[in-house]
Design a protein around this ligand. Structure first.
Ligand SMILES: [Zn+2]
Length: 112
């Protein structure tokens, strides 16, 4: 049991988090959205996930990054996502880039 939990923690590296972002992109793909996914990580744990939901919710702002940022802010009860890393499957569009730039320097953005 202990060995299993050690192994589980050991695989939570950058590659694993990017794979989780990719899984989010697949969720978007399966619902005929543009396949982009994002996860936000704090202290080695995923605190928010997001994928494109523009078509589903008919909202032009529901890009993967924005959805993940909104969920993370709600979870942390703060707009500042200090010490968080975001993993995204694609480079951000201008809207999402603006949202990412508005974060403090302790917010790190990583793309596939
Ligand atoms: Zn975007």
């Amino acid at each position: 049991m202990e060995l299993l939990s050690l192994k589980k923690n050991a695989i939570k590296d950058s590659k694993w988090f990017m794979e989780q972002a990719y899984k989010e992109a697949l969720k978007a793909y399966r619902t005929n959205e543009v396949p982009i996914g994002a996860v936000i990580v704090k202290n080695g744990e995923i605190i928010a996930r997001g994928h494109n939901e523009k078509e589903l919710k008919q909202d032009a702002t529901l890009h993967a990054e924005i959805t993940a940022i909104r969920k993370a802010c709600k979870k942390l009860n703060s707009w500042r996502l200090n010490d968080c890393d975001m993993y995204v499957t694609l480079e951000p569009c201008p809207m999402c880039a603006g949202a990412l730039i508005s974060q403090d320097k302790d917010f790190i953005y990583r793309r596939a």
